[in-house]
Design a binder for this molecule. Structure first.
Ligand SMILES: C[S@@+](CC[C@H](N)C(=O)[O-])C[C@H]1O[C@@H](n2cnc3c(N)ncnc32)[C@H](O)[C@@H]1O
Length: 264
């Protein structure tokens, strides 16, 4: 176990229930796997408990938290203890790279992105959130403090694109109404979920926010659900099959040209 976390959230202390609530969603996985093209070897950085790892390719997982590594299911290979900022691999070691819901936690984002480029020959697929788009989520009416916490954590998409360099595509990822990966917007149609402490505990933004603000916001939401006020404003979402929110897939294609952003 690490004495100090490798990112901005302490998964050794707070990560034990992660794999239960954060099941990869198969529809989001299909988006991501398509972006990996025909890669045979893939590095998964900030792999956590193995969510979204393709099972039909050779995957090397990198994950700095022992608590998260311990939650990897037995059918996946064990993860290596390392960080994005210093990947222990040679140049061009992998056909493709992936990083899902992790780049906002890295201590040195740019160094991590350059490392992804260095060790990868082909596409790099990064699943992340657009902080500006997240502000439009209805939860902002109840706990603006949580959204504000998240907003500053998520790097600007343009910045990620610029550091990766070369041809980069940014795709909106639709969130299905019954999304199995319990990040915040996954519950856009299931507002009652936020009343459950274990749902909130699996979303780092809540854990990093002042508990008094969280208690206030949750009580406000509970009142609005009981009175019907939430349904008056947002009830149409309960049957909306999918939602375009803040989830983005950034796909950098094979880089041909000078060393991106000056390299290491
Ligand atoms: C929200 S979890 C996501 C895990 C997994 N990729 C998923 O989609 O469920 C973020 C992960 O990033 C890892 N992480 C934090 N800082 C990191 C760093 N500097 N390098 C690599 N991984 C890091 C954490 O330990 C944690 O497992």
């Amino acid at each position: 176990m690490r004495d100090t976390p490798a990112g901005d959230f302490d998964y050794e202390a707070n990560g034990s229930g992660y794999a239960v609530r954060r099941q990869p969603d198969p529809r989001i996985a299909a988006f991501l796997h398509a972006a990996l093209g025909d890669a045979r070897t893939v590095i998964n950085v900030g792999a956590g408990a193995g969510s979204y790892e393709p099972e039909d390719r050779h995957v090397v997982a990198v994950e700095p938290s022992a608590t998260m590594r311990a939650q990897r299911p037995h059918h996946l290979a064990p993860a290596l203890d390392a960080t994005a900022e210093r990947l222990p691999f040679d140049e061009d070691s992998f056909d493709a790279a992936m990083a899902t819901i992790t780049i906002h936690q890295w201590n040195d984002l740019d160094a991590g992105l350059r490392e992804l480029r260095r060790v990868t020959r082909g596409p790099i697929a990064i699943l992340t959130f657009d902080g500006d788009a997240l502000q439009r989520f209805w939860l902002n009416e109840y706990v603006p403090e949580v959204i504000a916490t998240e907003r500053v954590r998520f790097p600007a998409i343009d910045h990620v694109v610029g550091v990766l360099g070369g041809a980069v595509e940014v795709l909106d990822v639709p969130i299905p109404i019954d999304c199995t990966d319990g990040f915040g917007e996954a519950y856009y149609a299931r507002p009652e979920a936020f009343l459950a402490e274990d749902v909130r505990a699996a979303q780092s933004g809540w854990v990093l926010t002042d508990p008094a603000a969280v208690a206030r916001g949750v009580a406000h939401l509970a009142d609005d659900l009981a009175s019907g006020a939430w349904d008056e404003r947002h009830g149409h979402l309960r049957t909306q099959p999918e939602h375009i929110g803040a989830v983005r897939l950034v796909v950098a294609r094979q880089y041909v040209g000078p060393e991106p952003c000056g390299g290491q």
